[in-house]
Design a protein around this ligand. Structure first.
Ligand SMILES: NC(=O)C1=CN([C@@H]2O[C@H](COP(=O)(O)OP(=O)(O)OC[C@H]3O[C@@H](n4cnc5c(N)ncnc54)[C@H](OP(=O)(O)O)[C@@H]3O)[C@@H](O)[C@H]2O)C=CC1
Ligand SMILES: O=C1O[C@H](COP(=O)(O)O)[C@@H](O)[C@H](O)[C@H]1O
Length: 474
């Protein structure tokens, strides 16, 4: 028996079918993002169908949708139409009959958003292979995509049995952040920046995402992931790929994703030595902004034998003509203060400072704020200071990036609804991101790298980067 395929051809009708409609992601990020998108007048002809194990009525689901839209301050005719027309079906998405019923209830093209625990997503995809999907169906996959390179590859294989690769949207909400995309604009729309961004002039690149948030009740997911998988494997490697990629001829999906993929294929742990060039730590009890945090080990839901890190640091090389020899230091941690979320590009010292100029002892830097609005581009330059004209001072030129039109999840959903996978992660890239961090994970699992501690509210364990790390100087 095949699924009664709803008509898709020629009409703009599509249904966003959310698996996991009663979950946290749906309420907190997905629906507000959708509201923001609809408020711009996009999404005409969209139906919203939620499903979950809970026996919700349409009214209860509509209230959830309306509350999330209101939280995003989303208003307008499209917002109203989707919220009032939203439907809910109770279903176990690992059961074939339930899946058939859900697909049969879609109007126009189904867009299936898997807002589910990853093992459930995988089971649902297996069952879908026995059913088949209406032509044009799009699949939206949440992170984490697999648990290592082999499982990500297997998941890719499973998905390509369902739809072609360009109908699979692997979500990384950092790619939906306008500030992350601003990196591409700043790099490639300025003659004075791009030529100096490479190993001829750059000493090191830091990609840092230090959050003040602690575990926030997410032990069930986070303790199985840790900072390296939660932030570096996904978001920060995506950021790295945009910082280091060669100029794409266009920003269309194929060109941009090819450039990113090329960059990540050339990326690996510095000197292939994860023991010397990675570090892990986790927070002990402390205070942030007057708010007391327990030790990570004492957070609700963390198993007593947990060895999960809440801070991960790794030095990578992007082994290309442009970047060979420049260390990329990637770091993310929780419960840190002050929060620091930026890409910092440190330049080599000038080859020769004229004798007689004093104070030129700090390097030029170009910095991009990421996801910590209002985000800024900062350029630290050495110029003659006030008073003695032979004395150099470091000053910072600053410009604010305009806020993006849409919240991150709105941007991600825009791509999905418009059939543009530019801002989603391609299958081979998802595998490569696991390949890059696997040696680090292996060294950590083998306890070859100590698990350090830092008090919540501090700036971390200190002493990074490793003293042996060369800075590119010429
Ligand atoms: N929450 C977040 O901030 C983020 C989450 N993600 C990812 O999003 C995904 C979902 O996470 P999150 O929303 O937090 O998880 P939740 O546990 O809050 O929600 C999971 C949802 O899946 C439903 N579900 C589970 N099993 C089935 C089944 N067999 N059939 C139908 N529905 C089922 C649950 O329904 P019921 O409750 O009725 O069992 C629930 O609605 C995960 O992959 C996560 O990694 C990614 C980024 C951020
Ligand atoms: O995906 C995740 O991202 C958040 C950080 O991103 P933000 O946009 O919410 O600032 C991180 O806190 C979380 O642990 C991780 O799962």
């Amino acid at each position: 028996m095949t699924v009664p395929h709803p008509p898709t051809g020629g009409s703009a009708e599509q249904t966003l079918l959310i698996f996991g409609a009663s979950g946290d992601l749906t309420a907190r990020l997905l629906l507000p993002g959708l509201g923001g998108l609809l408020a711009t007048g996009r999404g005409k002809g969209l139906s919203l169908l939620g499903s979950g194990m809970d026996d919700w009525s349409d009214d209860r689901w509509r209230k959830r949708v309306a509350d999330s839209f209101a939280a995003a301050r989303a208003t307008g005719p499209e917002v109203e139409a989707v919220a009032t027309g939203a439907r809910y079906l109770r279903a176990d998405v690992t059961a074939e009959t339930d899946l058939r019923r859900l697909l049969g209830a879609c109007r126009g093209r189904p867009i299936i958003y898997f807002a589910l625990p990853p093992p459930v997503t995988e089971r649902a995809c297996h069952v879908l292979t026995g059913i088949g999907l209406p032509e044009g169906t799009r699949l939206v996959m949440e992170k984490p995509f697999g648990t290592d390179a082999a499982s990500a590859r297997a998941l890719n294989d499973l998905l390509t049995r369902l739809v072609p690769e360009d109908q699979v949207y692997r979500v990384d909400h950092f790619l939906g952040m306008s500030t992350v995309l601003n990196v591409v604009g700043a790099r490639f729309a300025n003659r004075i920046l791009e030529p100096v961004l490479g190993n001829q002039h750059v000493a090191s690149v830091d990609i840092v995402f230090d959050e003040s948030l602690g575990l926030e009740g997410r032990a069930g997911y986070y303790d199985g992931a840790g900072a390296l998988v939660d932030m570096v494997q996904s978001h920060l490697l995506q950021v790295l790929s945009l910082v280091a990629m060669e100029p794409p001829p266009t920003l269309q999906a194929r060109d941009l994703r090819d450039r990113k993929a090329q960059t990540l294929r050339a990326t690996r742990v510095w000197r292939d030595d994860p023991v010397a060039y990675s570090r892990r730590a986790r927070y002990t009890a402390g205070e942030i902004d007057g708010h007391r945090l327990p030790s990570y080990a004492d957070e609700a839901g963390v198993p007593s034998d947990s060895r999960t890190e809440t801070l991960a640091e790794v030095v990578l090389t992007v082994d290309t003509w442009r970047w060979a020899g420049v260390p990329f230091r990637v770091r993310s941690g929780k419960a840190l203060s002050p929060p620091r979320k930026e890409i910092g590009i440190t330049f080599q010292p000038p080859p020769r400072v004229p004798t007689g100029l004093a104070g030129c002892d700090r390097p030029d830097r170009l910095r991009f704020g990421i996801g910590f609005g209002p985000d800024r581009l900062r350029l630290d330059l050495n110029i003659n200071g006030p008073g003695d004209p032979r004395r150099i001072d470091l000053v910072t030129l600053e410009a604010e990036f305009g806020p993006g039109e849409l919240p991150e999840y709105g941007e991600v959903l825009k791509g999905v609804l418009e059939g543009d996978p530019t801002l989603s992660v391609r299958g081979d890239t998802a595998v490569d991101c696991w390949r890059i961090i696997e040696p680090v994970l292996a060294a950590w699992h083998a306890d070859e790298v100590p698990l350090l501690t830092y008090p919540a509210g501090s700036s971390g364990p200190g002493g990074w980067p490793p003293s042996g790390l060369p800075q590119r100087t010429a």
